[in-house]
Design a binder for this molecule. Structure first.
Ligand code: SF4
Length: 359
């Protein structure tokens, strides 16, 4: 069981992070914010696949103004992502943003930061100090020390400005361009303040590489109890980012998302196209929406009847496939053989039965 760092609790719309609250999943809409129709559609899709907080890029006045309309059409909390222009932060707050992300590398004048902090405080919304190693504040980037020290110092200096303005609804992120610096920076800041931490790794690449890099960086921090909200950055649809975030959190037993499918890697004993079978089952399962209160269920899909049930003992239910039929099993115990074509149907039916009992 992971022992989590005790961060102070911060509210982002209806979502609380820090303390014992679950590690929240966030993503970003990938259309221009002022293009409200696709943005609203994407936020709704993100909500239905398990995203809990959405960030929107606010590049100009039309984006800041669009927040008002978007807020009337969606339920997820909206974070306004602001760079360069502090006035955009003011406009985003006025239009109902639930949280502001400021980049200390390009919004750093004390009076301006303090002004944003006062407006955020008056509207009861938090600010994320979102530092990137590629855009460190000027006074820090010329200082001695490695990237990690400079990032941490940059964040602490910015936190000081906010605290001086009597603002403490702060979330911090420190994203370096590589895994080792990112992990080290988060570890360091985790011991120096009690603000909740937003975990992320920038520019990770296409989903295959991005999921691996994110799992290593974010997974290793979460294992140490560090992290209160995560955003997986992928060069892909945002739904994919949510899917990877859910896999990481479920694998560490930090969250339950209803159903988890496990499957064997197959070997010479396997006589069926297991990859296609698992993909089809995953698609059928993702089309079902689960109540957050639903009992978590682990389903195993295994490539042979001889070893399958035993190798997947920890699964609640599963099918081990022979050439023409499947063996349905519960907790590793063989129950009955069923014709190939009925296997997916039996699993879904059993799943429904478990959920009815569990709720
Ligand atoms: S369950 Fe069977 S097919 Fe799958 S890896 Fe194990 S032995 Fe091979």
């Amino acid at each position: 069981m992971v022992k989590r760092r005790k961060a102070r609790v911060i509210k982002i719309g209806s979502v609380r992070i820090g303390g014992d609250n679950p590690v929240a999943i966030q993503s970003m809409a990938k259309y221009k914010t002022s293009d409200t129709s696709p943005v609203i559609r994407q936020i709704r899709e993100l909500e239905s696949c398990g995203c809990e907080i959405v960030r929107l890029a606010v590049k100009d006045d039309s984006d800041a103004a669009a927040i008002k309309k978007i807020k009337t059409a969606v339920r997820l909390p909206i974070v306004a992502d602001i760079h360069f222009d502090w006035q955009l932060a003011m406009a985003a707050i006025k239009n109902g943003a639930d949280k502001i992300r400021l980049n200390p590398g390009n919004i750093y004048k004390k009076e301006q930061v303090s002004e944003v902090a006062r407006a955020a405080k008056a509207n009861h919304i938090p600010i994320r100090v979102g530092l990137n190693s590629g855009s460190l504040p000027k006074e820090i980037s010329s200082k001695r020390g490695g990237t990690v020290e400079r990032m941490v110092q940059g964040a602490l200096n910015y936190i000081k400005i906010l605290e001086k303005a009597r603002f403490s609804d702060i979330v911090v992120s420190l994203k370096a361009s590589n895994i080792i610096d990112t992990v080290a920076a988060y570890e360091k800041i985790a011991g120096l303040c009690d603000y909740p931490l937003h975990l992320g790794l920038t520019a990770t690449g296409l989903p295959e590489a991005g999921a691996i890099k994110s799992s290593i960086a974010i997974g290793s921090l979460l294992l140490k109890g560090i992290g209160d909200t995560v955003r997986i950055s992928l060069t892909d649809k945002p739904e994919q980012e949510v899917k990877v975030a859910k896999e990481i959190l479920a694998s560490l037993n930090l969250r339950d998302f209803g159903v988890q499918v496990i499957s064997c890697p197959t070997c010479g004993r396997c006589e069926v196209g297991l990859v296609d079978i698992v993909r089809k089952l995953e698609a059928q399962l993702s089309a079902i929406s689960y109540q957050p209160s639903a009992k978590p269920v682990k389903i195993a899909v295994m490539g042979c009847m001889v070893n399958g049930p035993g190798e997947a003992k920890e699964a609640d239910i599963g099918i081990a496939f022979g050439r023409k039929e499947g063996m349905f099993f519960r907790k590793g115990r063989a129950i009955k053989k069923i014709p190939f074509k009925d296997c997916a149907g039996i699993l879904l039916k059993e799943l429904g039965r478990i959920h009815v009992q569990g709720n």
